[in-house]
Design a protein around this ligand. Structure first.
Ligand SMILES: NC(=O)c1ccc[n+]([C@@H]2O[C@H](COP(=O)([O-])OP(=O)(O)OC[C@H]3O[C@@H](n4cnc5c(N)ncnc54)[C@H](OP(=O)(O)O)[C@@H]3O)[C@@H](O)[C@H]2O)c1
Length: 328
């Protein structure tokens, strides 16, 4: 059936500015790292994208290597775009990245100009796009000079294949140097994509201050700690959950977090929220955060997560209680 997006799709979502720049992102964005690959059910991914867009989610995040197999999430996304979203390209913010292993030999990963620009061309082809809105260096390369990687990103923008540039997984000091190089090239850095959740707070030390000083946005990935900060694992490891794949999230992760999850869930219940909703509200409480980049395996999860827009931030006492639990 032809997809007709809901006319009221922009009514409830909040759109936040990326640092000081002109681009706004929805408070909740959807990532396609899991559940959109060649091994997944295509129609489930398609339903999630349709529902997400109907709820005002305009930003979809990809990378060259998402799948499995690597590249298949971009291919499936391209198929969904062609079937359902062609008339709405200008309403979408699509990002991709290059940094992790994509093809054999010395040119298939990291941060050389050779790899970055070839990878972008491959991503565009897989998605059937002329350009991406945001193109990221997915991880810092300890061997390639930072200038070379930044010059490749600048080239991506100048060639019209990307509108904006982002950095992902760069520590604060390297971010500062990269931002300086990009300024010199006159292709400024729009946004940083770090991992950030109640369970992983490294960005609070230095990175968030750096981003604020430079007027750069921040879109944390895995804000639900891959599902740990939800009701998914309250009673063990359910069939079909990410932890059953034992790849990025393992039984050991679930076991070691279990005590905290139970306690955090109690606070969420007192607030009248699901644990997932509380974890997302917690990340978004910092005004330096532009958007939370969630993953999902069902339409229901997306609906549950977008509901956070209805909830209040935190009382001081609640934050203290949460900090106490996280310290244990
Ligand atoms: N830049 C990078 O290096 C990097 C790295 C990782 C991810 N990312 C990006 O960030 C995106 C999100 O990462 P993520 O998938 O790890 O994020 P996440 O939001 O922390 O975890 C998503 C998982 O949480 C569970 N979930 C979500 N909402 C739920 C709800 N309301 N109730 C119960 N369970 C719920 C689902 O698990 P089940 O699947 O078990 O149902 C879902 O797959 C990725 O798709 C990708 O775009 C970037």
């Amino acid at each position: 059936m032809t997809y007709l997006p809901k006319a009221e799709r922009y009514d409830a979502m909040k759109y936040n500015r990326c640092g000081k720049w002109g681009l706004k992102l929805p408070a909740v964005s959807l990532g396609l790292w899991h559940n959109f690959g060649g091994i997944d059910v295509f129609e489930n991914g398609r339903s999630m994208m349709r529902r997400a867009f109907d709820l005002g989610i305009t930003h979809f995040d990809l990378a060259n290597n998402y799948g499995p197999p690597p590249g298949s999430a971009e291919e499936n996304f391209g198929r969904i775009l062609k079937k359902d979203f062609k008339p709405y390209r200008d309403e979408l913010i699509i990002s991709s990245k290059a940094g992790y292993l994509m093809w054999p030999g010395p040119y298939g990963e990291w941060g050389s100009r050779k790899y970055i620009l070839a990878s972008l061309d491959q991503s565009l082809k897989r998605m059937g796009l002329d350009y991406v809105d945001i193109f990221y260096s997915h991880r810092p390369d300890p061997e390639t000079p930072l200038e070379e990687t930044m010059m490749a990103l600048d080239q991506a923008v100048r060639s019209g294949k990307a509108l904006y540039i982002g950095l992902s997984n760069y520590p604060a000091d390297m971010t500062r140097r990269a931002v300086y190089l990009l300024k010199e090239l006159r292709t400024p850095c729009l946004i940083h994509q770090p991992r950030y959740s109640m369970f992983d707070r490294w960005v609070e030390n230095d990175l968030l201050n750096t981003l604020e000083e430079e007027g750069i946005g921040c879109i944390p990935f895995s804000p639900l700690a891959q599902g740990l900060l939800t009701d998914r694992y309250l009673k063990g490891i359910p069939e079909g959950s990410r932890a059953t794949r034992e790849l990025f999230l393992t039984k050991e992760h679930v076991e070691s977090a279990h005590g905290k999850i139970i306690k955090l869930n109690k606070i969420a219940q007192q607030r009248g929220q699901s644990l997932a909703q509380m974890a997302l509200t917690w990340v978004l409480k910092d005004k330096r955060i532009t958007s939370v980049l969630i993953g999902a395996s069902s339409v229901k999860q997306i609906e549950n997560n977008v509901e956070i827009l209805k909830y209040q931030s935190f009382e001081k006492e609640e934050l203290l209680q949460i900090n106490e639990i996280l310290k244990q």
